[in-house]
Design a protein around this ligand. Sequence first.
Ligand SMILES: [Zn+2]
Length: 283
Amino acid sequence: MIENSTGTIARFAPSPSGRLHLGHAYSALFTKRAAAGGRFLLRIEDIDLARCRPEFEEGIYEDLAWLGLKWETPARRQSDHFDDYHAALRKLDENGLIYPCFCTRKDIQREIGQAGRAPHGPDGILYPGTCRALSPEDRAALAAAGEPHALRLDMRKAVDAAGPLTFDDRERGRMIVDGPGCGDVVLARKDVPTSYHLAVTVDDAIQGVTLVTRGEDLLHATHIHRILQALLGLPEPEYWHHGLLTGEDGKRYAKRDKSLTIQALREAGRGPAEVRKLAGFAD
Ligand SMILES: [Zn+2]
């Protein structure tokens, strides 16, 4: 591995499910600056093949280059690496840490309704654990019947196996990992053989990322990722969760803001320096 003087390896990891907007520009420029002369990597997060499109991946390259960002090529494209995620799932399975979940959204809502309470975790309502209690025979029967299923982390077992964990955030300092607060998160979806949490954790390790930068809206995910790192024997990076760039209305930028895509700004005659400035990075 090539090391620079600072040794920092950071990555920008967008999904090609739309054109990049100003919020992405901020995150990419933030990451480049955080790499502090170290290595700046790019990852295309396209596990959701139904939503991601090749033309949007091309758009990412086009927009980043136009903004003046240089990344190491080739970028890592997640959909080329389902084998890596499968290997991680197999390892967790061998240790009895995952289980198949056959629930539909409706099943989960019904279960929660019956319990009369709906504790929330980072991915929404906490999964009530229905399928954790299935017998091996029931699991085998449902699988044999071709029932689609997700794979979930058995968080209680995972926390026992991982032991107490922390992570270090550049702004927040040392944080204590709260596994139970995340619930039995999905590690492989019914329609996709991995999940955001698993793919990101495996990729950051494979890419040798030493500083993970991302929006503070994903702070919760780091609890899950630290647990997965511990279970999979992966190194612990440092974290830097940044604030989210907001528009004049105080709302964060999103895909719906079509006028604020890098492409739209470019076509409206704005220059790269101007757009960098709009994203809060004056030259
Ligand atoms: Zn279930």
